[in-house]
Design a protein around this ligand. Structure first.
Ligand SMILES: C[S@@+](CC[C@H](N)C(=O)[O-])C[C@H]1O[C@@H](n2cnc3c(N)ncnc32)[C@H](O)[C@@H]1O
Length: 306
């Protein structure tokens, strides 16, 4: 049992609007469910980012620069990374993820596919100071942050993350960030409310994980996945709604929920290209390159340290 998980759950369920940090979605079961989400017909994000990466590989490789050190945050199954590694041919690849299960699987598969590449997996939380293996000398450092993971951070958290990364890559470093763009809210709504119910299972797995790891007694059938686009804030919000008045124990603690009360479990911010450029600049990056898929649903920004 991780003490910080318990502390974060107690703190989050004590807020007026109860909330849980989305990083706890990703135990082994959650990572598997997320991989299934990426393959759902409604979840356009992965397909759009894969297709724009495939279509622009030569230009992406020129931007990253051959023999760079590539560090990926929130690497998960490293699906798009396979394409990028073929094009960029970095001298080292470092994958960082909070989910040891996903990381291990990805590093094993990549080691088989790229036997000559220097690959390191770091199981850790990028929202805290992390020890990344020291890079050699003057090699250009490029941070890869695909999958709209930056959208799961609040604008303040995203700003802090960009600042941290800017410090890591140094004056000649760069960043490739996958950003989901503002669009028709019905397309967004469908992506987070898939017809097969996989996103619902992913969301509910957070309560199951609290039961497994923290001695919680959430009854999953008393909770419903609830996701909607909050247009004024430009974000999808994911919640778990209590279907009735109930009281739930987590270890020694007890929490009451009224009927319809929700636990806010995730945000997924959507940006316009201009909004993201402003955010990147606040974090110390210029955004000279922007690649988009054909439908202009998703963008990959090439950021240079400024
Ligand atoms: C939205 S998924 C994206 C996965 C993959 N990069 C992609 O493009 O499909 C977020 C990934 O970041 C990881 N993650 C989430 N919060 C994290 C944190 N605080 N520190 C490290 N990894 C985290 C998750 O385990 C998951 O693999």
């Amino acid at each position: 049992m991780s003490p910080s998980f318990l502390e974060d759950v107690i703190a989050g369920l004590s807020l007026p609007q109860k909330a849980l940090p989305p990083k706890y979605f990703y135990d082994a079961a959650g990572s598997k469910l997320f991989e299934r989400i990426c393959r759902l017909p409604e979840y356009y994000l992965t397909r759009a980012e894969l297709s724009l990466t495939r279509a622009n590989l030569a230009s992406l490789a020129r931007f990253a620069g051959r023999k760079c050190d590539l560090i990926e945050y929130g690497s998960g199954e490293s699906l798009k990374t396979r394409l990028l590694l073929r094009g960029v041919r970095p001298s080292a690849y470092i994958a960082v993820d909070i989910s040891p299960a996903a990381l291990l699987g990805a590093v094993r598969a990549l080691t088989r596919a790229f036997p000559k590449l220097n690959i390191t997996g770091v199981a850790g939380d990028f929202s805290r100071p992390l020890k990344i293996p020291v890079f050699e000398g003057k090699t250009r450092r490029v941070v890869y942050f695909p999958g709209s993971t930056i959208g799961n951070l609040t604008p303040d958290e995203a700003h802090a993350f960009l600042r941290m990364t800017r410090g890591q890559v140094g004056a000649h470093g760069a960043m490739l960030v996958g950003v989901d763009l503002k669009k028709d809210p019905t397309v967004l709504h469908a992506a987070y409310n898939d017809s097969r119910g996989v996103t619902a299972r992913f969301n509910l797995n957070l309560l199951a994980r609290i039961n497994r790891e923290l001695g919680g007694d959430f009854e999953l059938r008393r909770w419903r996945h609830y996701a909607f686009y909050n247009a004024p804030l430009g974000r999808i919000e994911m919640h778990l709604a209590s279907l009735k008045k109930q009281s739930v124990a987590v270890g020694q603690h007890r929490f009451s929920f009224s009927e319809g009360e929700t636990i806010h479990t995730e945000n997924s911010y959507k940006y316009s290209a201009e909004e993201f450029r402003v955010l990147a600049a606040s974090g110390g990056f210029a955004a000279p390159k922007l690649w988009m898929d054909k439908k202009e649903q998703f963008a990959l920004f090439g950021l240079e340290a400024s």
